[in-house]
Design a protein. Structure first.
Length: 335
């Protein structure tokens, strides 16, 4: 099925230049790009599952832009600051005068972005359909300089970027999990969904840790983690944690898993993290996990581990410890 708005916008004869690469920023894995010339499309997607979905369809895809491009299509993310940063990036990477198409739902803040772009320069008449809008503007050098992404400092010694989870401050769930960790951990540990690295840094303070593997699907978040953690014991993996296959089993896994797909809470995502953790651990391994208290993860934990207990938390979060993965419940853990 064609994209409801983009397909209409591209019907205009001058919607795109006849030659040159077209950057497509932040499409979701299920986004239909069939109205664009596939051989010229360069998908820019840093979220590993979506990146891999486009790669599987035969698109040229990378986590970061290159350019210069003849044109761009930007699918707005939910974060206003991230959306502005993406538009600045597109305006920088597209040759002056090249069209930049912007698509977004009302719930993604498309009206606010349209207002901001109109204040910066000419914008085409928007096409409204399916509770959203699409419009274009011409790339102009320096026009959106104030929208460039600026590093944030959520904790002393740490940097993040707009759009990264908990970019403004340390997530309370991670703080509760860190406080509940024992003083000594096994030699080989993984942090699933490691984000920008705060929890991993806490793990590295524990005795006994010889190597820590940070597994994160968000390329920008992992780049922040690389900048934040300067420790030879840290190993960084840009990967979907639910699909990651380690070279050897871990003695412990820590995680504060995501629980949203788009805007809706999706407990199945956390359950997938639990199964993945069970498959990565040795038979004597331990999972340390924090989650929002209302999320029903206990059944998934009991299905994957012999022993499950709540060990800390507050009114909003629960910290769970699960030990002794069940063979066959998730992969084939071994000792």
């Amino acid at each position: 099925m064609s994209h409801p708005r983009l397909s209409l916008a591209l019907q205009a004869p001058d919607a795109l230049p006849a030659v040159g690469e077209i950057a497509v920023f932040s499409p979701r894995g299920e986004t239909d790009l069939g109205d664009l010339p596939k051989d010229r499309v360069r998908v820019v997607q840093g979220f590993r599952p979506d990146h891999d979905a486009f790669a599987a369809q035969g698109y040229a895809v990378a986590p970061e832009p290159a350019g210069p491009y003849a044109a761009a299509v930007v699918f707005l993310p939910r974060s206003k600051s991230e959306a502005r940063a993406l538009l600045h990036e597109a305006a920088t990477r597209v040759r002056p005068g090249g069209p930049i198409w912007v698509d977004g739902a009302k719930t993604d803040g498309i009206d606010s972005v349209l207002k901001g772009l109109r204040a910066a320069g000419p914008v085409s008449d928007p096409i409204s359909k399916a509770h959203g809008k699409v419009f274009s503007f011409a790339a102009t050098s320096g026009a959106l300089a104030e929208w460039q992404a600026q590093p944030l400092h959520p904790a002393p010694g740490f940097i993040t970027l707009p759009g990264v989870f908990s970019a403004d401050n340390v997530d309370r769930g991670s703080m509760l999990l860190a406080a509940a960790l024992p003083a000594k951990l096994p030699g080989r540990v993984a942090d699933l969904g490691a984000g920008w690295g705060w929890l991993s840094a806490e793990v590295l303070k524990r005795d006994g840790v010889d190597e820590l593997h940070l597994i994160e699907a968000d390329h920008a978040a992992l780049a922040c983690a690389r900048a934040n953690i300067n420790d030879p014991r840290a190993h960084f993996h840009w990967a979907d944690a639910t699909q990651f296959q380690p070279e050897a089993r871990f003695g412990a896994v820590v995680m504060n898993p995501p629980f949203h797909t788009a805007r809706a809470a999706d407990p199945a995502l956390g359950a997938a993290f639990i199964r993945a953790a069970g498959g990565m651990l040795s038979l004597s391994g331990t999972l340390w996990m924090v989650a929002n208290r209302h999320l029903p993860y206990e059944a998934a934990l009991r299905a994957a581990f012999h022993e499950v207990a709540e060990v800390a938390g507050d009114g909003a979060f629960k910290v769970m410890r699960a030990t002794k993965p069940i063979v066959g419940a998730a992969g084939r853990p071994h000792g």
